[in-house]
Write a protein that binds this ligand. Sequence first.
Ligand SMILES: [Zn+2]
Length: 474
Amino acid sequence: MQYEATIGLETHVMQKTNTKMFCACKYEYGAEPNTHVCPVCLGYPGALPVMNEKAIELCCKAGLLLGCEINPYSKWDRKNYFYPDMAKNYQITQADQPLCLGGQLTVDVDGEMKTFTIERIHQEENAAKNTHVAGASLVDYNRAGTALMEIVSNPCMHSAEDALAYMTAVKQIMQYGGISNCDQEKGQMRSDVNVSVRPVGQKELGAKVEIKNMNSFAFIKEAIEYEIDRQTALLESGGTVDQETRGYDPDRGETFTQRTKENAHDYRYFPEPDLMPVKIPAEQIEQWRSELPELPAQRRVRYVQELGLPEYDAGVLTADMATSDWFEQAMRHTKNAKAVSNFIMGEMMRLLSEQNCSISESNVTPEKLAGIVALIDAKTISTGAGKQVFEIIFNDGGDPKAIVEERGMAQVSDDSALEGWADEAIANNPKPVEEYKAGNPASINFLMGQVMKASRGKANPGAVMQMLKQKLDR
Ligand SMILES: [Zn+2]
């Protein structure tokens, strides 16, 4: 029998707000634990929540960017549970009336365009951060109550590759949209992954296994692959899959049972009595729509159509917003998009990964790269010398023109110097000269190499070739 997997994702994204969702406490990653807290986010009895308007705006903009309908009326609910990461013993969330409904995302999965659908996006508050040390658990409430939204996909994916492509696209859109930095190492983007397996042709989905709270894309991929294999093997051997919550152990590369799945009614959802429902007028939604930025997919089309870049380049440049913005800044100082793109995809990415830093920290600024490209385009330096200048600036800083002058890197196009080297190469190498004259055009390359060597790489190759041809064809 053939089996197929079905995957749905619940992606939690921490929004870029200055203060928490229902109180005025600041959110600051890495701050001294339990210093950004107040009676509201510590759950003191009688403390009243106040809604963060900016968070609502960001959640709705995220919805618009993902093609959702904005719900004109949404409301708040309490999700009750007992755990130290939520001091008031319930989380304020949205159960039956979320801010955003529907939505879809079309992404490239290994060369095939696929559309994945989104069920809803709701606004909620984050839990505190627990750290488990030997013999104790520590709780940092700085994160408790920060603005968190949950993007719930439909169970519409069928492989780890689908899930990865979807999450990568969501992350890009959130970053471009200014919704969230989605810094996974800081826990700003975490996903719960639902995986089930059923025989091909069966209508209803198989028992759902949820793998909770993962932030690494690589681990998510491994966990999905492991889970599909595990469930398929169980079914093939005549067993059944239990509906449960599992964790993923990256060291062993396997998932393990955490708890049998609680149902929604275990949380005893009920309307939050301390907050008014959210009503959003149509004009407000249109105002937000008009403020939406250009998305990576739109930038890719523009790079190809207006700047004439290959699709591949456009994809690499827009994969990350910082790189794409950097590229756009460079394009304010030059018209040669392909040269800028080549430098970013080549020298820049190589050096950044070698030194493990980000493009915004590079000594080579967009303006400096445009300066290097201008020197190459003016034939002042060769492309090879341009790469050297790039690396010098990357490592030690400096100005392209000044470096070329100080180090004598300018190409020699001066006829008398070139002529001297050409004559010498012809006089010293009678054999290739003879071969060339006998009708073997490739032999000129050897002579060319001799001239470049004599000039220590500074001769302008085009001018050398022309000079040699003139002399030999005479
Ligand atoms: Zn607070």
